[in-house]
Design a protein around this ligand. Structure first.
Ligand SMILES: NC(=O)c1ccc[n+]([C@@H]2O[C@H](COP(=O)([O-])OP(=O)(O)OC[C@H]3O[C@@H](n4cnc5c(N)ncnc54)[C@H](O)[C@@H]3O)[C@@H](O)[C@H]2O)c1
Length: 473
């Protein structure tokens, strides 16, 4: 059975019919590791300690000699001791001959460098070189070989660069004649050995079930909650992790610069900040959805940006938050224009579900953009009350967001009393609250109604539904 590249991309695993014999309990494949730097040397030592026979490969004779002799080529806690033990019990060998190492093993981990190219992109020169040599070896092998990319690379690299290079050099097919997987590395230098045995997570994206099983067996001893996903998602996880960590560092440092200018001890502030694991250090606010809004976030972000300005402190991250939020609302408007439609209905207009607060709701901004194009809009929100509180909010919005004044003035007029009324009057529905009521309404909608989902109504996205569009999924 042929497995197409598209199938490999879209599934977390693409089961391959003719290569799925059950792997025996206690199965310990021999593993070659290409690239004996910080990642490769640690994998060699830690996996050898778990009983795997390891063959390391590097272009550097010096690194090969060090590993072979059980010495650490880098400064890393406990690495020397584990390498020495591995070499002594015959679990560790190393060579400059990549082809021989692949021929001699069942699985190949690739951990060569992926530096920054002059244009800022990720330089895949070493990845390509190593892939070609792996391909030569696989071309000569009769058994099923698994290649695991462990380098940090742009999404698509495993299937669009590594797999084709190996296929060309070997004449064999990824996901069929050999397995390919992406398994990101999350170690922190300095505590890499400890991280290997207690990883923050283990993520595997594989071309086929057999490969998935082989790679997960290797990690079974250190992680019993392996997360399986598509190869591209696994590649992206690593990039997102590192960008997030960098964002945290930059954020903390911006807070520090601002605090210092105000003669406040930044550590006194952040020590309290990190104790909040409900809203601050938690999954909250991290899932893609619609723009932030409400009576607090936009106002406070503006105030802090302004405070920094008056203190002559440059805070590019915090000062760009308003712009990135506005960009997200514009993206919703762009998607709506792409979807088309003549009568646009909004399911939910308050800044989040379960409140009647309209202040700085990003949906109001989007409605204003749509209305400015001359398209009629309608809205249904079960929490809207036409009372004095709303009148106060209209005055508030008129003052803080003049662009939304017209929509606010007409809010009573454009509101309809039920979802059915909205559905009957509109051909496109924009959903900004992920409530059960709205989820059911979207599920049961007329076939000709198109949907722009700003709130991620469904965990599993509708398949083959051209009438459904998400803002960031
Ligand atoms: N260092 C980290 O903490 C860390 C953590 C997670 C992921 N990563 C990623 O892992 C990958 C490796 O990182 P590193 O820090 O170990 O790199 P490194 O530069 O320390 O080691 C890479 C090694 O690959 C060797 N090499 C290059 N081309 C080769 C080839 N064709 N054949 C054999 N050996 C070859 C180099 O000589 C070098 O020893 C990178 O993609 C990196 O982004 C690194």
């Amino acid at each position: 059975m042929q497995v197409t590249r598209a199938e490999l991309k879209s599934q977390s695993v693409a089961p391959v019919a003719n290569v799925a014999p059950k792997i025996g309990i206690g199965y310990k494949p021999s593993i070659s590791v290409i690239g004996l730097g910080y990642v490769g040397a640690v994998s060699m030592a830690c996996l050898a300690h778990l009983g795997f026979r390891m063959v390391g490969v590097d272009v550097s004779q010096e690194k090969v000699n060090a590993i072979k002799e059980g010495r650490s080529p880098i400064v890393e806690d406990r690495l020397g001791e584990l390498l020495s033990e591995g070499a002594r019990v015959g679990k560790i060998d190393a060579t400059q001959n990549l082809v021989a190492a692949v021929l001699d093993t069942d699985v190949t981990f690739m951990s060569v460098g992926t530096p920054t190219a002059p244009d800022g992109s990720c330089d895949l020169t070493y990845v390509r070189q190593a892939s070609r040599a792996i391909g030569q070896a696989i071309g000569m092998k009769t058994g099923f070989h698994v290649v695991v990319l462990r380098c940090s690379v742009p999404p698509g690299t495993t299937l669009d660069v590594v797999a084709p290079e190996i296929e060309r050099a070997s004449g064999k097919k990824a996901g069929l004649d050999f397995g390919i997987a992406f398994n990101p590395e999350f170690l922190r230098e300095g505590v890499a050995v400890a991280d290997f045995y207690a990883p923050p997570k283990t993520v595997i994206g594989a071309s086929d079930v057999r490969t998935e099983e082989i790679v997960s067996r290797i990690y079974g001893a250190v992680d019993d909650k392996i997360q399986f996903t598509t190869i591209a998602a696994a590649e992206m996880v690593k990039y997102v992790d590192n960008v997030w960590h960098a964002t945290k560092v930059a954020f903390g440092n911006e807070v520090g610069r601002l605090c210092k200018s105000l003669d406040i001890d930044s550590h006194a502030v952040m020590n309290i900040f990190v104790t909040d694991t409900k809203l601050n250090l938690s999954p909250y606010y991290l899932k893609p959805g619609f723009a932030f809004g409400g009576s607090c976030l936009p106002k406070e972000v503006r105030a802090v940006a302004h405070l920094a300005e008056t203190q002559n402190v440059d805070l590019p991250l915090i000062q760009s938050l308003g712009r990135t939020n506005q960009r997200h609302i514009e993206e919703a408007a762009r998607l709506l224009a792409e979807i088309g439609g003549e009568r646009i209905g909004f399911l939910g207009v308050t800044f989040k579900p379960a409140t009647d607060d309209l202040r700085e709701s990003p949906t109001l901004e989007l409605m204003s953009m749509v209305e400015a194009k001359g398209l009629p809009i309608k809205v249904y929100d079960p929490n809207l009350r036409f009372n004095d509180n709303l009148k106060g909010q209209i005055a508030y919005v008129r003052h803080s967001c003049p662009s939304q004044a017209r929509v606010m003035d007409r809010i009573e007029e454009i509101c309809v009393p039920s979802i059915d009324a909205l559905m009957s009057e509109c051909d496109v529905i924009v959903v900004s609250h992920a409530t059960e009521e709205f989820r059911q309404a979207v599920r049961n909608r007329r076939a000709d109604i198109r949907v722009l989902d700003l709130a991620r109504l469904f965990k599993e996205l509708p398949v083959d539904d051209a009438t459904y569009q998400g803002i960031a999924w």
